[in-house]
Design a protein around this ligand. Sequence first.
Ligand SMILES: Nc1nc2c(c(=O)[nH]1)N[C@H]1C(S)=C(S)[C@@H](COP(=O)(O)O)O[C@H]1N2
Ligand SMILES: [Mo]
Length: 204
Amino acid sequence: MSDHKNLEPHSQRTLPPGQRLTDHRPSHYGPVPQFDLSSWDLTVIGATMSGAEYTFSWDDVQSWPRIDLTLDLHCVSKASALDLHWSGTPMRHVLDIVPPTDSVTHVVLWAQHGYSSVVRRSDVCSARSLLATHLDNELLTPEYGAPMRALLPHLYAYKGPKWLRSIQYVESLDDASVDAGFWEHRGYHLVGDVWRQERYAYQQ
Ligand SMILES: Nc1nc2c(c(=O)[nH]1)N[C@H]1C(S)=C(S)[C@@H](COP(=O)(O)O)O[C@H]1N2
Ligand SMILES: [Mo]
């Protein structure tokens, strides 16, 4: 007896609701920044437990734990690229080495040129959230977010900035100093869960 469902490629069965399969192509708003790795850094700012700000060089990042993960990218405009081979550091490693205060509820991920996204602390702690430095075992190319991009595969891809430069711990989104979320400001969902189809702010 044949069960045709089992013959479908893995990728087609795991598409979230409303998404369609596409090839992976670079997609972003604005120009592609170029970095010199010797001057690049990643900062951790905001409500850290110690009250201090932290700066990590590319050399520092090289010493972080590195894992390989196969993750999907789901654009909120419905294009999905599946089974992409990334490597990088689990995002929650940053919370281990720079603990946030207990009151931190959200994290703002800032890219070069001011693009940003707001994610929940729990999203950052997800085992599959990655600070990716490699795609297909090669360092990221500029158009794919070199040298580091955030990936949160359970959220729409606008939550994962390419060209990541700063991670900000936030205790309240009502705080007037938290003016963040490039697409969140333009009508997209604050959480952005792909399996719940949280695309637009009016659904909140
Ligand atoms: N810095 C930055 N990161 C970004 C974006 C952007 O415009 N700027 N676009 C996001 C969106 S909407 C998508 S769909 C993905 C696209 O990733 P890709 O270029 O690997 O396809 O990047 C995300 N990260
Ligand atoms: Mo997107």
